[in-house]
Design a protein. Structure first.
Ligand code: ZN
Length: 440
């Protein structure tokens, strides 16, 4: 660990800020922080300086909104670390190929987000930000762990400096490569006896199945899902297998955006990012976040639209935190399915969660599912049943009638359904249970 003091400082700061209870005071404090941050970024980043040329700092809420495409296009002039996109991509590619996980350019750590090819994002983190990130993550997810002996099992697609800094005297951390087979994970977990497991939900689900089958003997005391949407079906099975809630960290290339409190409710990290809600559907409280991170300086993220669908909780969390409570992170906007309206033919949106709920409701025999929309008129549905004794035909009919009911409710008719056997190998790709594979 290169900056223990920095980590401890941010750990303590984060915990102190978590004790705040007053929303109005939080917003005032945020505004001051943002103004200070924006003044500095305007000076340091030529891209933002030009973008905001006609605005004053206090008009930051009106600054043009950017997204991943804009960020990648202007990467060289946007970041303040003097790292070119070419150099960053090269360092990340070499690190990934040789699996030596030390990609840095001039002292700045480079990361490459997972994601579909072509849409992978680059991120830069300097040593100060790295220490701040580690301290914040530890405080939010393991609020007492820094002072205790703990063993952590981290499941990651590729290691990086960012994660390695979690290693420290009392905290023991072990890296599990997502590309390893399940049997190896089981063997190592049985040996290593980690109390805290941090993994994508698809891996936690595999481990839950291994535990239910009696192959995995260890019992963690905390489970944290990262990097994938936590599907309600997976959540139910994992929680039943381990007898405890699945916590979540909402972390992406763009920042550390949320974490669950001790009650298991996801809260936005409004002590480091400001999140504006761009509503997709006010009635169901679904929104796309526009984020302004006031803690990062090497790659400033200001008025940046994420491609995620979040649902705000309908009531405050009982933990008393003033940070916005989120009911569910539903996945990417690209995975909203669209169907032609039965009468006027216009596109009608079906949120991924609508599809999930309909499929799960069809039968308690469903162990895994995946729904892919290839075009307007066809849905591919893959199902794996929990027992070979169950009648596949009956389940398929159930799925068909649940989906028909859902589509009727939103004014559309049921498209052609193509049933296929389910298959998914966790590790290489992220699990998306509802996916759209055509452009509108
Ligand atoms: Zn809470």
């Amino acid at each position: 660990m290169n900056d223990k003091l920095g980590i401890v400082k941010h750990y303590v700061l984060t915990l102190a800020r978590q004790r705040r209870r007053n929303r109005a005071a939080l917003e005032k404090w945020q505004e001051r922080r943002i103004l200070r941050h924006i003044a500095a970024v305007r000076q340091a980043s030529p891209f933002y300086g030009e973008l905001w040329a006609n605005y004053r700092d206090r008009e930051w809420r009106d600054f043009p909104v950017i997204d991943k495409t804009v960020m990648m296009e202007h990467f060289d002039r946007l970041n303040t670390a003097g790292v070119s996109r070419e150099a960053a991509l090269e360092a990340a590619a070499i690190a990934e190929r040789t699996r030596n996980f030390k990609p840095t350019v001039g002292g700045t750590t480079v990361g490459l987000s997972s994601g579909t090819s072509g849409s992978r994002g680059l991120f830069l983190v300097n040593p100060r930000e790295q220490a701040a990130w580690t301290g914040t993550v530890l405080a939010k997810l393991l609020p007492r762990a820094l002072w205790r002996k703990e063993r952590l099992a981290f499941f990651l697609r590729a290691n990086s400096n960012l994660y390695e800094s979690v290693q420290s005297g009392r905290l023991q951390f072990e890296f599990f490569d997502l590309l390893d087979p399940l049997e190896r994970h089981v063997e190592r977990l049985n040996d290593y006896q980690a109390g805290i497991w941090v993994a994508p939900p698809s891996i936690l689900r595999m481990l839950a199945d291994a535990r239910l089958a009696g192959r995995l003997a260890v019992q963690p005391h905390k489970l944290v899902g990262v990097a994938e949407v936590l599907d309600p079906l997976d959540r139910q099975i994992i929680e039943a297998a381990f007898g405890q809630p699945v916590h979540q960290a909402y972390q992406c290339t763009e920042g550390f955006l949320g974490a669950t409190c001790h009650l298991g409710t996801m809260h936005l990290n409004e002590d480091i990012v400001h999140i504006q809600k761009e509503y997709l559907d006010e009635q169901s409280r679904r929104f796309v976040p526009i984020i302004t991170d006031f803690s990062r300086t090497s790659q400033p993220i200001i008025r940046y639209r994420l491609n995620d669908i979040l649902t705000e909780a309908d009531k405050p969390c009982l933990c008393g935190s003033p940070y916005t409570a989120i009911e569910r992170i539903e996945g990417r906007c690209d995975d909203i399915l669209y169907f032609p309206h039965a009468e006027h033919g216009g596109a009608v949106a079906a949120f991924p969660d609508f599809i999930t709920r309909a499929v799960i409701a069809a039968s308690p025999e469903i162990a895994h599912y995946k729904v892919v929309q290839h075009n307007w008129h066809q849905l591919e549905v893959s199902i794996q049943l929990s027992s070979s004794a169950s009648d596949e035909k009956v389940v398929h009919e159930g799925v068909s009638s649940e989906l028909a009911r859902l589509l009727e409710r939103i004014g559309c008719s049921l498209p052609e359904l193509v049933f296929k056997p389910y298959s998914f190998v966790p590790g290489n790709a992220k699990l998306r249970r509802v996916e759209r594979r055509f452009k509108l």
